[in-house]
Design a protein around this ligand. Structure first.
Ligand code: NFK
Ligand code: ZN
Ligand code: ZN
Length: 207
């Protein structure tokens, strides 16, 4: 079994959404102080690095992270290359067979430098969610910090995906992944009130 890590590393230089909480990991207690253990403290936004969105992120009546079934974040997934495309639309998916998968991961490579926050990203179009719903897809993943334009306040793509019951995985790193079919595992933390959660996302290659 071959496993490919598609998570972005979390450390104190990890880029965050402009103006959002910087990522911080520090030792709150060192082994020297406590005499027995190092104990870390994490401070971070729910939307830093590789993460999932809960509907509550953009809908105050929406489900929180713990309300979402773990099955949503694991299962057969296809990685599709959209390198150089200006947007994430169904156009390039028409000739692709989606019958054996439940998740679609888009490789745009528009955020290939994990040390910096991207300046511009290709957004998801309004045609995508109805198209994928029709095909039985229940989650999309993007190698980008958002599925909407970075300056969007309406968050049309987030809402459209939600209306079609399609989950959102953001900030994956697919630079080293060959397009094809894999098994995805990207489980969020059991955050009861969470609007999002960091995940460790991996692809299992069963071929
Ligand atoms: N929609 C983005 C996050 C987002 O919009 C955001 C994240 C942190 C701080 C502010 C944000 N958006 C608007 O100002 C996401 O889903 O990760
Ligand atoms: Zn997010
Ligand atoms: Zn989002």
């Amino acid at each position: 079994m071959k496993m490919i890590d598609i998570s972005r590393p979390l450390h104190n230089e990890t880029p965050v959404w402009p103006g959002d909480t910087p990522f911080s990991f520090s030792l709150n207690w060192t082994k020297e102080e406590s005499g027995s253990v190092n104990v870390g403290q994490l401070i971070m936004s729910s939307h830093t690095g590789t993460h999932v969105d809960a509907p509550f992120h953009f809908d105050s009546d929406g489900n929180r992270v713990l309300d979402m079934a773990p099955e949503r974040f694991m299962g057969p997934a296809i990685v599709v290359s959209l390198e150089g495309e200006p947007e994430i639309s169904p156009e390039r998916l028409i000739e692709i067979d989606l019958t054996d998968v439940k998740k679609v991961l888009f490789k745009t490579n528009a955020w290939s430098d994990s040390t910096r926050f991207p300046g511009h990203i290709p957004p998801v179009t309004k045609e995508l969610a109805p198209f994928l719903k029709e095909k039985g897809i229940d989650l999309i993943g993007v190698d980008l910090p958002s599925v909407d334009p970075l300056d969007s306040k309406e968050l049309d793509a987030h809402h459209s995906l939600r209306e079609h019951d399609i989950g959102i995985l953001e900030g994956i790193d697919l630079t080293h992944v060959t397009p094809g079919i894999y098994e995805l595992v990207a489980l969020p933390l059991p955050l009861k009130e969470g609007d999002g959660s960091p995940v460790r996302a991996v692809l299992i290659d069963r071929t």
